[in-house]
Design a protein around this ligand. Sequence first.
Ligand code: FES
Ligand code: FES
Length: 165
Amino acid sequence: MSGNPSDKVEIALDVNGRVHHARVEPRKTLVDVIRDDCGQTGTHIGCEHGVCGACTVLLDGEPVRSCLMFAVQAQGCKIRTVEGLQSGNELHPMQQAFMDHHALQCGFCTPGFLMLAVGVLEKRPDISDEEMLDVLSSNLCRCTGYQNIIKAVKAAAHTMKAADD
Ligand code: FES
Ligand code: FES
C-alpha cells in the first residue's frame, strides 16, 4: 500500500544552478515550490490552470507552465526562472529589450513572456516572425496590447543571434 497522499517527501530541485532541498506534499505544484520553498518569487501565479502562462519557466530548456506540474516531477531537471536570466549586473538581452520597447506595464505577465521567448529563441534562433507570434499568443497580457512585447522579442532575437554569430 502506498502512503497517505499528503505525506511529505524530500525533494531536491536545481533552480538556476543552485540545488534547493525541500520537504513537500507530492501534490504541490512546481510553481508553488519554486516560490514558497526555493524563494524565487519572480515566477508569477495567475490562472493556476495552464491558460495564462504567467508561471512559465524553462525545464531543461523547454518552456513549461509550472502550475501544471508537480514539483516532484521536476527532480533531475535544470529549472531556469526569471531570476536566472541576468548575468551579474547585466540584464539578459530579452530583459533589456522589454525595457527599451516598453513591453510591460503592470509587469505581472512579464516573467512568463521573458522565459517563453528566451526558451524558444535559444532553441530556434531563426524562428519566423509568424511562428513567434503564434508562440507568444499562448501567454496572456491584460495591459500592453501585445504590440510592444512583439517589438521587444524581435529586437532581442536580433541581439541574441548577433551574439551567437
Ligand atoms: S498560472 Fe500557470 S498558466 Fe496561468
Ligand atoms: S503588463 Fe500587465 S498583464 Fe502584461
